[in-house]
Design a protein around this ligand. Sequence first.
Ligand SMILES: Nc1ncnc2c1ncn2[C@@H]1O[C@H](COP(=O)(O)OP(=O)(O)OP(=O)(O)O)[C@@H](O)[C@H]1O
Ligand SMILES: [Mg+2]
Length: 408
Amino acid sequence: MKIGSRSPRRRPVKANVSLIGEKAPHLDLLLMQLFRSLRIAVIYGGDKRTGGAVIREAHNPRSWKSYETVARNIADALSRLGFKDVAVLPDDMSLMGQLKLRRINMAWVNSGGVQGRSAISHAPAMLEMLGIPYVGHDPLTAALLDSKHHFKRQLQSLGIPTAPFFVWHPDEPRKSLLSDRRQRSIFAKWPHGFVVKPVTGRASLHVHYVEHAKDLPEMIAEVFGATQNSVLVEAFLPGREYCIAVCGPVVARRGKLHDLSAPFAFSAIERKLSKNEHIFTSMDVRPITAARTRSLIADTDGDVVANLEEMARSVFHGTPLQTLVRLDVRADYNGNLFVLEANPKPDLAAPSTKSTSLIAAGLARNGMTYDDLILSVFADRAATLFNGRAHSVAQFFQSFQQSSGELR
Ligand SMILES: Nc1ncnc2c1ncn2[C@@H]1O[C@H](COP(=O)(O)OP(=O)(O)OP(=O)(O)O)[C@@H](O)[C@H]1O
Ligand SMILES: [Mg+2]
C-alpha cells in the first residue's frame, strides 16, 4: 500500500465489521447497539496522595497529571453521542473494585498512570488481566511510546528519521559522558546545541536547551535529579515544529462513519515558536491557543504536508498502535523532518474559547467536530476489536450480548 496518498478513497462503512463465525453487522448499526448497551468507564490518572489510591506512595519518573478534566470531556462527548451509561473513574487501587461493582464492560484509558515505572501501561495491563476491552494502546505499546529512547530505536529500525541522540543511564559515570567515542562522533560537530530531557515526560517539563556540549553533564544531573530515571540527550533541531495525529481508518465526519481503508492522518499543525523560544513552552505554563498554532495548507506549505502525512502513516504501519497517537516533529536547519516522539495519549481536551489542543486545533480542516473525533476513536477501536483479535472479540461480544440482554 502506498503510504502518504493525500486523498484516500472514501467509502461508507458496510461489511467491514465482521465477526468470525457470526453474521456481519454494519458498524453504524453495531455502534447504535453498543451505545445503548455498553457500560463504559473513562479512566483518568489517580492521585497517589488520596486515601486508598495506593498501598505505599512511590516515586513517579513521569511528571504526574490526573487528566480528569479531559476524561470528563470525553465522557460528555460519549453521552452526547448516545452512550447511556458512562462512568469516570480514577486509575488507582480502587479501579478493579469499581469496574466490578459498576459492571463496566468497556473502558477508555485517558491516564498516564499513578506512580512507578512505565505507569502509562498499568491501566491497560489491569484491563487485559480483567478481560475488559478498552480504547487505548496495549501495555507494551503504551510503554514503548512513553519511553522516548525505546521508541526512537523503533523509529530507527523503521528508517524514519529521528533526532540523533544518546541515553545517559544513572549507573554510568558522568565524567565518561563525552569521552565515549560513539557519542563524540555524533555530537562533536553538531553546531546547533542540544536538548536534554526525561526519557518519559510530558508537556515539555524538564526539557532543556543546552548550547555547549561542556554544559551537558550539569543539565543531565538536573534532569536525573527530577526524574530519577535515564536521561535523553538529543541534537537540537533548529527548524520549524509540527504536529500530526494519526489513527485507524474508521473516521466520523458530521456523525457519519467512513472506512478510509488506510490510517487517517489528521490536519497537520505548526506549533508557532516565539523568537528565541528553543523549546515549545509547556502547556502547563502557556495553554495552547489559536495564536500558538497554524494549520498547514497543502497548496502553500509545499511538500511538508505530504511528508508529515507519510511519516504519520509509516509510524502507524510500523508500530503496533491500537489507537490515535500524535507525532511531534521538528525540522533541521535545511527543513528535513525528524520525529521527536509519538504521544500515546495525546491531549483530547474539548476546545473552548480560552484554549484548544494540538489535535482539536485542526479538526475543522478535516470537516470534523470534537464529537466526531471522539466517535472516530471509539468506532475505530470497536471495529478493530470486532474484526481482528479473536480472543478480545469473543469476550467483547459476549459481554456486549450479556449487557444487551440485561438491558433489553
Ligand atoms: N531534538 C530537539 N530539537 C529541537 N527541539 C526539541 C528537541 N526535542 C525536544 N524539543 C522541544 O521540546 C519540546 C518538548 O519535547 P518532547 O516533545 O520530546 O517532550 P514532551 O515533554 O513529551 O512534550 P509534549 O508532551 O508537550 O509533547 C518539543 O515540543 C520541542 O519544542
Ligand atoms: Mg512532544
